[in-house]
Design a protein around this ligand. Sequence first.
Ligand code: NAD
Length: 316
Amino acid sequence: MEPINEGIRVAVVGVGLVGSTFAYTLMLSGIASELVLIDISRDKAEGDAMDLNHSQAFAKPMRIWAGNYADTASADVIVIAAGANQKPGETRIDLAHKNTGIFRSIIGEIMKHNPKGIILVATNPVDILTYVTIKISGLPSNRVLGSGTIIDTARFRYLLGRCANVDARSVHAYIIGEHGDSEIPVWSLVSVGGMHIEEFAQLSGCPYVAQRDQIFADVRDAAYHIIEKKGATYYAIAAGLQRIVEAILRDEHSVMSVSTLLNDFHGISGICLGVPCVISRSGIDRVIELPLNHTELAGLRNSAEVLRGIISGIGL
Ligand code: NAD
């Protein structure tokens, strides 16, 4: 079905597990009025559009259809979750190569129709593909962002909240760097109820010191554990994508750890990494340069080197 009125339009490219779960989350939120689904499998996009449309009697009205790249023309935000997952025995460089190839055609198509929107990348390796998107599109770097460590930060806050017996939303904490094995927990800035977590733990008796290492291991390895049990992760990342899109469309100026092109972040430039950013209608409004301790800074520099290695491997 073609849209009749111009509204707030979100396009999703790649409606597999992540893309379709995000589409469902967005539909339930009611923040956008138009949602176009694009997939190399037209049947999948059409089936999802039908299924989502059948929920409309229980949600807010929205135009949802299986479309093509011309439909991205007036999209305010384009979310990309197309591409392959890492297969057993495949390296991250192999995956980066494969998905860079897919992105060359997707970004080329989007840029033909919409050189003004905001692109949000979820496909892995997300920091690399955010960088690839900026390079191929030529868009200003504030208009291209990746989900980065938003999901790792959410896992961190959930586990810290469980340890401190408070709501995850009452925990302020960040995972920064690569969305992957070299990511870094910023322990020096974890706070609960306005107190550093160590002080909170002393006052409340929460087992933070004993559980600290395990908490980070559980954050870093969460995707492996979930994939082992059910083959893929999609609910939490879909909710994270939804929050980023909401912050953009509502010009919220919310702080979230997303992947952005760094420009002298503690001396690191020219690669995309997850760091706290202020998200607004312009995409990345600004990057927040957290004060990091020596260990955290060394971890971030290591993460940057890991990503530089992958980028030089794909030879953009
Ligand atoms: P999936 O296989 O279920 O879906 C991928 C979809 O992309 C499929 O529907 C496929 O048809 C489509 N597709 C492939 N090539 C395309 C093309 N050229 N144009 C349009 N569509 C195309 O995979 P998934 O589980 O939804 O994961 C998607 C991506 O998201 C993967 O790279 C995965 O690693 C990543 N992911 C990222 C995070 C994160 O935190 N950033 C979390 C989970 C998954």
